[in-house]
Design a protein around this ligand. Structure first.
Ligand code: SF4
Length: 220
């Protein structure tokens, strides 16, 4: 395990030197906004997510009160560019109502719970799966977890940082054992950046990849 940790730390160090961490992650994000963005972002690009969120926030304040009261068709209209807009609008309205009625109009009461209880409570809300729950806990409450999106999953498996047949929880657990909690945010962001730029799903650019010397899956 110590050798694995050393190797994992070296990979992280190279990634830190190879990529610039996006500025937006330095500030604590509003949890409700993060939730709405994450719901909109399902199965669509960052660009379309941004456009739809922009449209929604021009039409309504991004608060549980406003979105719980909004007409579903009006939310749908804003989300069209992001696809699956009927379903996403329904989920946004539903989750807003629950947060308003059961949690005093905000996610803070949930995010302040002990970690496992907070995660379990988030997972019971409509539109929140393990990745969204972990994104909210990490980005909006600075809680120690590594959200596993499609890039994190693929890249960590190729790099031998997670079991190749591992599911969401296996990947999250293994990454959390390899790294210190203070590095979880960087691990999440940097593996995504590596996946987008070099370790692409279909044609990974191994020859240019900054961590190729540590990669058991490198080609060429
Ligand atoms: S060497 Fe290739 S497979 Fe390994 S992380 Fe880099 S791009 Fe991905």
């Amino acid at each position: 395990m110590e050798a694995d940790k050393t190797r994992a730390r070296k990979i992280l160090q190279i990634l830190r030197e190879s990529f610039t961490m996006p500025k937006w992650i330095s500030s604590k994000q509003d949890p409700f906004e993060t939730l709405i963005i994450t719901i909109i972002s399902q199965n669509t690009s960052d660009r379309n997510t941004e456009k739809a969120f922009q449209k929604l926030s021009e039409k309504f304040p991004i608060t549980p009160e406003a979105l719980a009261k909004a007409e579903t068709v009006e939310i749908e209209e804003c989300l069209k560019v992001a696809g699956l807009y009927r379903n996403k609008a329904r989920v946004i309205k539903e989750v807003s109502k629950i947060i308003l009625e059961k949690f005093n109009g905000g996610l803070k009461p949930i995010l302040d719970m002990p970690f496992e209880e907070a995660r379990k409570t988030l997972l019971q809300l409509p539109g929140i799966g393990p990745k969204t729950a972990d994104v909210l806990l990490l980005f909006s409450a600075n809680r120690p977890t590594v959200p596993v999106d499609t890039h994190v999953k693929r890249v960590s498996k190729r790099l031998g940082l997670a079991p190749t047949d591992g599911d969401y929880e296996d990947v999250r657990r293994t990454l959390q054992l390899l790294y210190e909690p203070r590095d979880y945010l960087a691990v999440h962001i940097l593996l995504i950046l590596l996946g987008r730029k070099y370790c692409k799903a279909l044609k990974p650019l191994c020859e240019q990849c900054p961590v190729r010397v540590f990669c058991p899956s490198r080609r060429g």
